[in-house]
Design a protein around this ligand. Structure first.
Ligand code: NAP
Length: 309
């Protein structure tokens, strides 16, 4: 039987792993399908304290894992398929295997939000992507016009990154001001290769009949006028959806699926704690997720101490 199982290996999960490992709780970290979490798909992280020159997202997460492992955390590449939290010990189904645990820290993060149009789904991996750092350098996109959808920091970061590869980058946003932080917005607006298209929605990705991306059909939300923007790639960066489907109806969450901690990191089920983006619709930063992971670990340790294990 495990003392602590941590679901997720992003900043929240690996920080919880570091703290519970240093408390001699020998945590088991289940990575999910994306070890290191969403930060591994970021280029340079400039706002994680301690790295004045920035640090590559993948490098940061690799270091966090090593640090947790140094104190005994076991990081396992596997996915939680089902949970039974009705009574302790909790029972998880992990890649078909049964895992029993006294406590659980949910740090399952969030996935990319989709536009939800049919052509987007049909052309995914054929020019539609959700990660510029992963796919931006592909030959398919080199010296071609590209489209980024969104107006937040992710869209700004992806658009700036893609200027290295594309002939031009059209940033399509549904309003006429960016949600991105001022420093990122200023960089976007000053870049000669970046061409914002304001007040616009992508209503179709072209061309499903050719089985590849040739452009997007865009609707101006003020005039309702439609136009086509030619491009070889569509990078969608419109926010995230919490990875909490497994806990629906069991763990208290808001209408968007973000877990609602009851007090500190505790959920409505004693022994189940939560940390990171799956419980944070407001800040969603690497450092806030790490802080939440630390808090969840400390509370888990105290909970177990109360059980005298
Ligand atoms: P976000 O801040 O939630 O922004 C999502 C953007 O997508 C918004 O501009 C939103 O439009 C737009 N959008 C949402 N749904 C849409 C839809 N269905 N169709 C079209 N547009 C849609 O998400 P994010 O950019 O991924 O950032 C998440 C968090 O991570 C933020 O706290 C951000 O600061 C942080 N982050 C920081 C950095 C950095 O510091 N370098 C980098 C990446 C992310 P509206 O503006 O109209 O709502």
């Amino acid at each position: 039987m495990e003392k602590v199982v941590i679901m997720g290996s992003g900043c929240a999960g690996l920080t919880a792993a570091l703290y519970t490992a240093r408390a001699n709780l020998n945590p088991l970290v289940l990575t999910g399908t994306q070890p290191g979490g969403l930060l591994t798909t970021t280029s340079t992280v400039e706002n994680f304290p301690g790295f004045p020159d920035g640090i590559d997202g993948y490098e940061l997460m690799t270091r966090m894992q090593k640090q947790a492992e140094r104190f005994g955390a076991r990081v396992q590449f596997s996915t939680v398929e089902a949970v039974d939290l009705a009574r302790a010990p909790f029972v998880l189904t992990v890649d078909g295997e049964r895992v029993e645990t006294q406590t659980m820290i949910i740090a399952s993060g969030a996935g990319h939000r989709h536009l939800g149009i049919e052509s987007e789904a049909k052309l995914e991996t054929k020019g539609v992507t959700y990660c510029a750092t992963c796919d931006g350098a592909l030959p398919l996109f080199r010296n071609q016009p590209l489209v980024v959808v969104g107006g937040g920091d992710s869209a700004a970061e992806e658009a700036l990154y893609l200027t290295r590869f594309g002939s031009a980058v059209h940033l399509i946003h549904r309003r006429d001001t960016l949600r991105a932080s001022k420093i990122m917005a200023d960089r976007v607006l000053a870049h000669p290769k970046l061409k914002p298209i304001w007040d616009a929605a992508v209503i179709e990705v072209l061309d499903v009949s050719q089985d590849k991306v040739t452009g997007v059909r865009v609707k101006n939300l003020k005039t309702q006028a439609e136009s086509v923007v030619a491009c070889a790639g569509v990078f969608i960066a419109i926010g995230h959806v919490p990875n909490t489907a497994l806990f629906k109806g069991v763990i208290t969450m808001d209408e968007a699926g973000y877990i609602l901690p009851q007090q500190g990191a505790a959920t409505n089920i004693p022994g189940v704690f939560v940390a990171g983006d799956c419980a944070d619709r407001v800040h969603r930063q690497a450092i806030t997720a790490a802080g939440m992971g630390c808090a969840a670990a400390i509370e888990t340790e105290r909970y177990l101490a109360g059980l005298n294990v």
